[in-house]
Design a protein around this ligand. Structure first.
Ligand SMILES: [Cu+2]
Length: 105
């Protein structure tokens, strides 16, 4: 017999595992001052991985203020999406770098 206290722990672990099984990691590259792909579809719970291949610092700054991520040169920075919506974002240092994330609930 399992002790009683273990049941909620197993339930919580199962929940965590089933959530992570559905969550995807999506890679977006910043190279030569271009964000690609320019439009990405994702879901709440997914992880976005921005890969900065340039020798400049870039940011992924959401126009709606939801997030502002800074990527040092040659570094990858991740963000877990928490809110659904269509979010336009840009780089604060290079405002011509623009892209859109379409986040489904
Ligand atoms: Cu930039």
């Amino acid at each position: 017999m399992m002790p009683r206290w273990i049941v909620p722990i197993i339930a919580a672990l199962t929940l965590v595992m089933s959530v992570s099984a559905h969550a995807a990691t999506i890679q977006i590259t910043m190279e030569n001052l271009v964000i690609s792909p320019a439009e990405t579809s994702a879901k709440v719970g997914d992880t976005i991985e921005w890969i900065n291949k340039d020798i400049f610092v870039h940011t992924a700054t959401a126009r709606n203020g939801d997030w502002d991520v800074t990527m040092p040169p040659k570094k990858t920075v991740t963000l877990v999406l928490k809110k659904a919506g269509t979010v336009e974002y840009y780089c604060r240092f290079h405002p011509n770098m623009k892209a859109t994330l379409v986040i489904a609930p």
